[in-house]
Write a new protein. Sequence first.
Length: 96
Amino acid sequence: KCLECGKSFRWSSSLIKHQRMHSRERPYECGACGKSFSQSSILVEQQSIHTGERPYKCPECGKRGKRPFSCSDCGKRFKQNSHPIRHQCIHTGERP
């Protein structure tokens, strides 16, 4: 449980990532541009900007991009397949 805001987490690693938001700790630094990040996964995304790498490939059209998942209602694109599901609440009015 976060002592700062009271939010609870199932995994200690999730709590650690969350606590960096409060402390503004950013231990992962991009060697190319010097920007720092709170999570290593965000650093990996940043580094792909410098390398030009596009790791996701659309199974239907073959295009590569950073946001391969889309909302079936409005077409907004997302990096992770769970995000359009969460975004769907905007259209349905449901709360997550």
